[in-house]
Ligand binder design. Structure first.
Ligand code: FE2
Ligand code: FE2
Ligand code: FE2
Length: 421
């Protein structure tokens, strides 16, 4: 039985940032660009390596709290001043995972202006230098016009930054930036498709080892990032997780497998981070394009979790939840023999939860109706018959477990909403 999970934190964060930026081609690599610019400035200032690492971790997720596509696009404006909300949301999402605590604090203040030194303190709290570096890096990144040759733009960008020195940006940071900005490589790396490589040699984030409780707290962090984007999904992953774990027990899966089902339930919709909330929350029918965008989510989940070797099984449980036994699912068109038991359980748990849970615009379906749909799908060789039989037999207790998990998660969501005001 596995007691420890190896997590190469940087590799994973880097995938996560890709997913965040896949939401629009306009945002491609934005998080990585900010992380790299911030790293270069921190290095130029001779900040200790530990601090540089924290700055990179924060940079690579800094806009995680900007939830809709509209909001993400808004953050691309140079004079953007309403950024405190998404910075605060990002902080509250991330702070619960201990190894990211410092990064969360940097994210919290990444839109506080220097304001001739007044910006050292924000709402009675000390603003760390890392936040100010991120603020500058963010603005430099968005001044680059992606359609034009980068080296033809550097003078213009330097002028815009110099103008705002003292008001938006701390002057000593602007000075460090100006020295870097003379060097062509600084700019070429930022827009290079090989940007990933620049972190390899410079970011010394140790591999961390997580015991089961810690892995669960990590998965919870991801769950909150996914679910708390919208009141429509706020408790969904908690419901899927509890349902899958319980069905796993009924199917006599061992303790470790059931634990991994629980974690997989938290992570299964990770790829939805790449889907605009405008689509997630659309009440009418999705257009073909929107539906196809939506269908990509499990692919993204798979590619992100792939970065963590020790999560191979959890990844298969989670990412295959839209595969169907007859090979008609997506994105891999796997068939029954290629789908581990845990994946077949999670597929059923996802549908069971999706149908029975209440949504802001509709009440959940009754158990009876839900079972009818599941049985039909099992008959058509979409879902595993034996698992559906188990659900049919134990639907009441399974539903109680689901309701309880989603109630707890609803309370957690309320507290989160209160925290961010
Ligand atoms: Fe931001
Ligand atoms: Fe940003
Ligand atoms: Fe899904």
């Amino acid at each position: 039985m596995k007691h420890q999970y190896r997590l190469k934190l940087f590799d994973f964060l880097s995938c996560l940032s890709d997913i965040l930026d896949w939401i629009s081609p306009m945002l491609n690599d934005h998080h990585k660009q900010v992380a790299l610019i911030a790293l270069r400035i921190a290095d130029a200032l001779d900040l200790p390596i530990v601090q540089q690492n924290e700055i990179v971790c924060a940079g690579i997720l800094h806009d995680i709290g900007a939830i809709s596509l509209a909001e993400r696009m808004e953050t691309l404006k140079f004079e953007y001043t309403t950024g405190q909300t998404h910075a605060e949301i990002g902080y509250h999402l991330i702070k619960i995972f201990e190894p990211m605590r410092k990064a969360a604090e940097l994210i919290r203040f990444h839109h506080v202006f220097w304001d001739q030194g007044q910006g050292r303190i924000h709402k009675g709290m000390q603003v760390p230098i890392g936040s100010r570096i991120l603020e500058l890096a963010d603005r430099v990144a968005l001044l680059i016009d992606r359609k034009k040759v980068v080296l033809s733009q550097t003078d213009g960008i330097k002028a815009r930054i110099a103008e705002a020195s003292g008001s938006m940006f701390e002057p000593q940071l602007v000075d460090a930036f100006m020295v870097l900005a003379e060097k062509e490589y600084f700019w070429l790396d930022i827009v290079s498709p090989l940007i990933n490589r620049q972190f390899k040699g410079n970011v010394r984030l140790d591999t961390i080892y997580l015991n089961k409780a810690e892995l669960l707290s990590f998965a919870s962090l991801i769950r909150r990032m996914i679910d708390f984007r919208s009141p429509f999904t706020a408790t969904h992953s908690s419901g899927v997780s509890a349902t899958a774990e319980h069905i796993g027990k009924l199917a006599s899966m061992d303790e470790n497998e059931c634990f991994e089902l629980k974690v997989a339930g938290y992570l299964h919709d990770l790829g939805k981070l790449a889907i605009p909330t405008e689509i997630l929350e659309k009440s009418g029918k999705l257009t073909d394009d929107e539906f196809n965008q939506m269908r990509a989510h499990t692919f993204y989940t798979f590619r992100a979790l792939e970065a963590i070797e020790d999560l191979t099984m959890i990844n298969q449980y989670g990412s295959y939840h839209h595969e169907r036994l007859d090979g008609s699912g997506y994105p891999f068109k796997l068939e029954r023999r290629q789908l581990p038991l845990g994946s077949r359980v999670l597929a059923v748990a996802d549908i069971f939860t999706g149908l029975t849970e209440n949504r802001p615009y509709r009440k959940g379906m009754s158990n009876e109706q839900t079972i009818l749909i599941l049985c039909k799908m099992a008959e058509n060789n979409k879902l595993d018959k034996e698992i559906v039989e188990l659900v049919k037999k134990h639907h009441e207790e399974i539903n109680q477990v689901r309701i309880k998990a989603q109630e707890n998660s609803r309370i957690e969501y309320q507290v989160f909403l209160e925290n961010i005001g």
